[in-house]
Design a protein around this ligand. Structure first.
Ligand code: NAD
Length: 254
């Protein structure tokens, strides 16, 4: 675990910080002394996160918008740089399954496949692209991306999501190789089923099935993911790069 105020003076950006895992990670960074750039398409949820972060002592800048829109991404990162300074830590957290459009692949609509890949993979590429140049120049930085253990398990009905989240792992490895010489770490965390609204929306019997598939007998708390994210963002993980850390109570081993 990181020591007291591990991230004092550092700027962390968390995408999708309005809810769930993103909010828990943003709060964990703030408790460790970081200032926060937070991005989300849900204005009210993001404002609530911003209040929580300020109460924890962080300086905060919030950008509301859909981060599948490249112009929005570019202006969001410009806002963070101008308000807080260069980005030391990027957490790529935005992503989702097809949710209400969930289906087996033989029934999947092309627009759903494209949406899931855009939101669960392209946002990670586009947001990371905004920070890598300065990280190379400054010879420091941490990029952590939230994938999913669905990438390894290959859950039925999640072909698009598994493809996108596997893409996040390939992205992590290749970028780690490019940025290793510049002292920048690039890693991924794969949550298993986690107690966020995404899981609260699913039918009770599916929730029970998900829980029964986890050897540790319960779903992840968002804070379990935040603990792993904070570690990988800290200097305690300085020699760890290109790696995937599974936080899933043993649902899938990797
Ligand atoms: N909850 C789980 O069981 C679980 C399991 C494995 C992986 N994950 C991954 O963890 C990450 C976070 O999931 P969560 O459960 O906390 O979800 P969540 O829906 O609770 O939170 C996601 C946040 O991202 C924001 N967001 C989504 N798309 C966006 C976009 N295009 N532009 C701007 N903001 C956007 C949402 O508004 C929301 O605030 C996702 O990448 C998800 O795929 C979740």
């Amino acid at each position: 675990m990181a020591s007291e105020a591990e991230f004092k003076g550092k700027v962390a950006v968390v995408t999708g910080a309005g809810n769930g895992i993103g909010r828990a990670c943003a709060l964990a960074y703030a408790r460790e002394g970081a200032d926060l750039g937070i991005l989300d398409r849900e204005a009210d949820a993001l404002a609530e996160t911003a209040d929580m972060l300020r109460s924890a002592g962080a300086r905060v800048t919030s950008v509301v918008g859909d981060m599948t829109d490249l112009d929005r991404v570019v202006s969001a990162f410009a806002n963070v740089r101008e308000t807080l300074g260069p980005v030391d830590i990027l957490l790529n957290n935005i992503g989702q399954t097809a949710r209400e459009n969930y289906s087996e692949f033989w029934l999947a609509k092309p627009e759903t496949l494209r949406f899931v890949v855009d939101v669960s993979l392209m946002t990670t590429l586009m947001c990371s692209r905004q920070v890598v140049e300065a990280m190379r120049e400054r010879r420091t930085g941490k990029i952590v991306s939230i994938s999913s253990d669905s990438a390894m398990n290959g859950d039925i009905g999640c072909v698009d999501y598994a493809a996108a989240k596997s893409g996040v792992l390939g992205f992590t490895r290749a970028l780690a190789r490019e940025l290793g010489p510049f002292g920048v770490n690039v890693n991924a965390v794969c949550p298993g089923p986690t107690k966020t609204r995404a899981m609260q929306r699913i039918p009770k019997d599916s929730y029970e099935r998900a829980r029964n598939a986890i050897p540790m007998g319960e779903l992840c708390d968002p804070e379990d993911i935040a603990n792993a994210v904070v570690f990988l963002s800290s200097d305690k993980a300085r020699f760890i790069t290109g790696q995937t850390l599974m936080v899933n109570g043993g649902r899938v081993f990797y």
